[in-house]
Design a protein around this ligand. Structure first.
Ligand code: NAD
Length: 262
C-alpha cells in the first residue's frame, strides 16, 4: 500500500530540482501527479512525467505561470478533470534574485514577489476552493531557510519566503476545521540545477553555514514533503519544517564578503 494510493495532486515548479523529486516521490507512493511548470519549461516537465511513467506511475504535464490567477484556476480545474480529485498539492515554484538590498531594481523586486508569494497564495486560493468543498486535503508550500533567517544578498527572496511562512500559519488556522492541513518546508542549500549553475564561490557561501557541510539532495527534501503531506503527519498543521543540515539551528558566521564595500 502506498501513502497516496487512489489520491491525486499537483506540484508546481516540477520541471526540475525539488519539485521534480517530489512529484516522483508522490507517484512512487501511488499518487497521480500533475507536473506543473512554465510553458517554457515544458520539455523538462515532460521529462519528469516520463520518469514517473517509467516507474509505473501516473502523471501529466500542465503549463502554468503561478503568478497569473486565471492560469492557476485553470490548473486546479484541469487537475480535477484529469484525475477526478485533488488531495495534495506542493506549491513549490520559485525564483531567485541576488544583490545587496539597496541595489535591487523595483522590477526585480516586484517579479520575485509575484512568483514567490502571490503565486503561492493564488495556488492556495484555488486549491482551497476545491478542497473545502470536497472533504479536505493536504497542502505544502515551499518556503526556505531564508523564510526563517536572513541571507545576505537576497533581501527580496528572504522577504517573500518569510511571507510564505506567515501565509502558511494563517491559512492553516483558518482551514483546520475543514480537514485541510497546510504546512511549509524550509530547505537549506540543495543541489538542484539552479545551484549547479551558480559560481563556485556562491555555492561555497551557501553551503558554509550548514553544519553537515554538504548540500542537501532534492530527494532528501522530497522525503520530508511527502511525509508532511501524508496521513503520517495527520496532527501537524501550520508548521515550517527546516530540512537544512542544521543550518537554522546554528548561528551563521559573519563573512565580510557579504557586506557592501561602499
Ligand atoms: P529550480 O529552478 O530547479 O525549480 C524551480 C521551478 O519553478 C523551475 O522549474 C521553474 O521553471 C519554475 N518556475 C519559475 N517561475 C515559475 C512560474 N512563474 N510559474 C510556474 N513555474 C515557475 O529550483 P529548486 O531549487 O528546485 O527550487 C524549488 C523551490 O525550492 C523554490 O521555491 C526555491 O525557492 C526553493 N528552495 C530551493 C533551495 C535550493 O537550495 N535549491 C533552498 C530553499 C528553497
Amino acid at each position: 500500500m502506498g501513502w497516496f494510493d487512489g489520491k491525486a495532486g499537483l506540484v508546481t515548479g516540477a520541471a526540475g530540482g525539488i519539485g521534480r523529486a517530489s512529484a516522483v516521490a508522490y507517484a512512487a507512493e501511488g499518487g497521480s501527479v500533475i507536473v506543473a511548470d512554465l510553458e517554457s519549461s515544458r520539455a523538462k516537465g515532460e521529462e519528469t512525467v516520463a520518469m514517473i511513467h517509467a516507474a509505473g506511475g501516473n502523471a501529466a504535464f500542465i503549463p502554468v505561470d503561478v503568478s497569473d490567477d486565471a492560469q492557476v484556476e485553470a490548473l486546479v480545474d484541469a487537475t480535477v478533470r484529469e484525475f477526478g480529485r485533488l488531495d495534495f498539492a506542493l506549491n513549490n515554484a520559485g525564483i531567485v534574485e541576488m544583490g545587496f538590498t539597496a541595489d535591487i531594481s523595483e522590477q526585480a523586486w516586484d517579479r520575485l514577489f509575484e512568483v514567490n508569494i502571490k503565486g503561492v497564495w493564488l495556488c492556495l486560493k484555488h486549491e482551497l476552493r476545491y478542497m473545502r468543498a470536497h472533504g479536505g486535503g493536504s497542502i505544502v508550500n515551499t518556503a526556505s531557510e531564508s523564510g526563517l533567517v536572513g541571507t545576505p544578498l537576497a533581501s527580496p527572496y528572504v522577504s517573500a519566503k518569510h511571507a510564505v511562512v506567515g501565509l502558511t500559519k494563517t491559512a492553516a488556522g483558518e482551514y483546520a476545521n475543514m480537514g485541510i492541513r497546510i504546512n511549509a518546508i524550509a530547505p537549506g542549500s540543495v543541489w538542484t540545477p539552479l545551484m549547479a549553475s551558480a559560481p563556485a564561490e556562491a555555492q561555497e557561501m551557501l553551503m558554509a553555514p550548514q553544519p553537515m557541510h554538504r548540500f542537501g539532495t532534492p530527494e532528501e527534501i522530497a522525503n520530508a514533503v511527502i511525509w508532511l503531506s501524508s496521513h503520517k503527519a495527520s496532527f501537524i498543521t501550520g508548521i515550517t519544517l527546516p530540512i537544512d543540515g542544521g543550518a537554522t539551528a546554528s548561528a551563521q558566521s559573519f563573512d565580510p564578503n557579504l557586506s557592501p564595500t561602499a
